[in-house]
Design a protein. Structure first.
Lengths: 175, 424
């Protein structure tokens, strides 16, 4: 047991988990090789990780931090509403981004997507961009209304903002 | 600890106070439920395509051993249900996966990147897990949106990447279960959901979790964070699920490939998969000269549409359910496959091979299992909702079989070959 920890770095449970994963993944991989789909799949698999970790994450993280700092400029000494304003912008943005990410082919119709859609369904796909924009607008309006109600009644807004003394400090990442 | 190269490798820059074992574990429960549904319904869908009748596109492997059983015909909505669930869960999982990756991303950047053999293997496993998870979600989404931008066969890659995903998920769960159990034991499985912003405290920093060593003040509670993720998930479902449920609910599926009524009413106004134009079906091939080729062992017959209409007609209300998750239920009228088999001299049919007029395409033919051929409701349909089939719905005749994956309900039927015994 102690030898295993020294050589392998963890216990038998860890090794069993790795073996289970290896057996099933190796089956999938072997079948991909036999069907001549392995290289392309591996490429996409690696690309998926790189796109998330080194493109999508830095982009949304950067946008969020940018908005944080931009929001700070407008801070009112007597009534710090910075945080709730930010929250009320971030929430509809995030929800709208999820919709876009899911339905990019329908909304943006890259390349020949529109004609393929028409050929298969018999209907055009013009409506989707408009619908996504309307839903996004609706989310921002709803968020603004909730913000207005909260700031009128004082519920949470000032208190939440006042709780955050870190407006000036350089926060690389705080949510 | 070795000094890293800084940037994301400096643990002090990861400051969100809500990151940690509880958030990662709570999101994982959601992922396990949704991915679990997707794995089960995914393997069921593979079974529904009957790989043992040569319809899996990849052949070989474990197919013959795992799927050597016949997909049933009852309940008729079976495939509409399992596949609607598959697509709905797959759509709902995206926000939760994004949130989970956000919650654990500091762990991706650790220095040194690998400390021992176990660590190296686990990092490789995690890479495969994340990569195959994202690959499965997006190949699925792009397939149902008809954006065939991937340079590989969707069916083969989606199916076998699922094996890689299944293996790495099981491994990951086995390794991390103690962390999850510990997080729920020390922090309460649901307790952090009752904490508002003022009560939100960071978890103590730890080598094994993503709790920050240098936490900032919270700007959102864990409850708020999970609320937004859940709203994203639920919103996606609300804007999609109507295409699976059909009827008046279809009109609320505003952002989904099949949320619209194709025409302006009438008996043939329902979802089309592959138009006649798109598949190169010519009016001259489906006109008065069209004949159904009926084949049995040693028998070859040709039947005109009028001759088919003169046979006993039966009407059933049945769904067509697509692998893409949408379905639509209509009243179909036509001739029983069993009657056609008998005509071809096969009194107890155990297989039917159906071919379309369509020249190319992966699904220009389909095979039926014994239960499907012998079901009372399995029809060569000539009419829908009381009217002749439209060209887009397969005129002059199409297959309709309960619980069969939609694309196997061959349109523009050219020939049916029955095999089985000559005696009843």
């Amino acid at each position: 047991m102690r030898l295993m920890t020294r050589v392998y770095g963890s216990g038998p449970r860890h090794l069993i988990a790795i073996l289970v994963a290896t057996v099933l993944a190796a089956y999938g991989w072997t079948r991909l090789v036999q069907n001549s789909q392995a290289e392309k799949t591996l490429l996409w698999l690696v690309a998926a990780v790189i796109l998330h970790d080194f493109v999508l994450f830095p982009v949304y993280h950067g946008l969020y931090e940018g908005a944080r700092r931009a929001g700070h400029v407008r801070v009112d000494e007597h009534r710090d509403t910075r945080v709730p304003v930010l929250v009320h912008l971030v929430v509809p943005t995030v929800l709208s981004a999820f919709l876009l990410l899911t339905w990019i082919p329908l909304i943006l119709q890259p390349g020949i997507a529109a004609s393929t859609y028409q050929g298969i369904t018999g209907v055009d796909s013009d409506a989707f961009l408009e619908r996504w924009l309307l839903i996004t607008a609706g989310l921002f309006v709803a968020s603004a209304l909730v913000f207005l109600v909260r700031s009128r009644t004082g519920g949470g807004v000032a208190a939440a903002g006042g709780d955050d003394p870190h407006g000036v400090r350089k926060d690389a990442d705080a949510t | 600890m070795t000094r890293g190269p800084g940037g994301p490798y400096d643990p002090a820059i990861w400051r969100s106070p809500i990151r940690g074992a509880w958030l990662a574990s709570f999101l994982s429960v959601g992922l396990l439920v949704l991915f679990g549904i997707d794995l089960i319904t995914g393997y069921l869908s593979h079974a529904a395509y009957q790989p043992d009748l040569g319809q899996s596109f990849s052949g070989g492997g474990l197919d013959r051993h795992l799927y050597g059983w016949d997909w049933p015909t009852s309940p008729a909505w079976l495939y509409a249900f399992t596949q609607g669930l598959h697509i709905t869960a797959g759509i709902a999982v995206l926000p939760i996966l994004a949130a989970k990756l956000w919650a654990v991303i500091p762990k991706f950047y650790k220095w040194p990147p690998v400390t021992c053999i176990a660590d190296a293997l686990e990092r490789l496993l995690l890479g495969l897990l994340v990569g195959s998870g994202i690959l499965l979600i997006f190949t699925g989404l792009w397939d149902i949106s008809y954006w065939y931008t991937f340079p590989f066969s969707f069916i083969i890659v989606h199916y076998y990447a699922a094996w890689i995903f299944l293996g790495t998920v099981l491994g990951h769960v086995l390794i991390k279960l103690p962390v999850m159990r510990e997080a729920f034991r020390t922090r309460g499985a649901l307790k952090p959901l009752r904490e508002d912003l003022a009560q939100t405290r960071p978890e103590p920093p730890s080598e094994t979790t993503s709790a920050p060593s240098n936490p900032a003040e919270p700007t959102v509670s864990r409850r708020g964070f999970i609320g937004v993720v859940g709203a994203g998930s639920l919103g996606l479902v609300l804007l999609t699920v109507g295409e699976s449920l059909g009827g008046p609910l279809r009109s609320i599926a505003l952002l989904s490939p099949r949320g619209r009524q194709p025409g302006s009413g009438g008996p043939n106004d329902f979802q089309v998969n592959k138009t006649a134009d798109g598949r190169g079906i010519k009016a001259k091939d489906t006109g008065a000269a069209w004949r159904l080729l009926l084949k049995g062992p040693g028998t070859l017959m040709m039947l005109s549409r009028d001759e088919l209409l003169a046979m006993p007609q039966h009407t059933y209300t049945l769904p067509i359910a697509c692998v893409e998750g949408w379905s639509t239920t209509q009243d179909w009228t036509g001739v029983r496959l069993r009657d056609l088999a008998a005509m071809a001299g096969v009194k107890s049919p155990d297989r039917a091979d159906v071919e379309s007029l369509q020249q190319g395409g992966s699904f220009r033919q389909a095979a039926l299992n014994p239960g499907q051929v012998n079901d009372d409701r399995a029809l060569l349909a000539l009419k829908v909702n009381g009217a002749d089939l439209s060209m887009d719905h397969g005129f002059p005749a199409r297959m309709i079989v309960p619980a069969l994956p939609g694309v196997h309900n061959t349109k523009w039927v050219k020939q049916i070959q029955f095999s089985g015994g000559a005696k009843a």
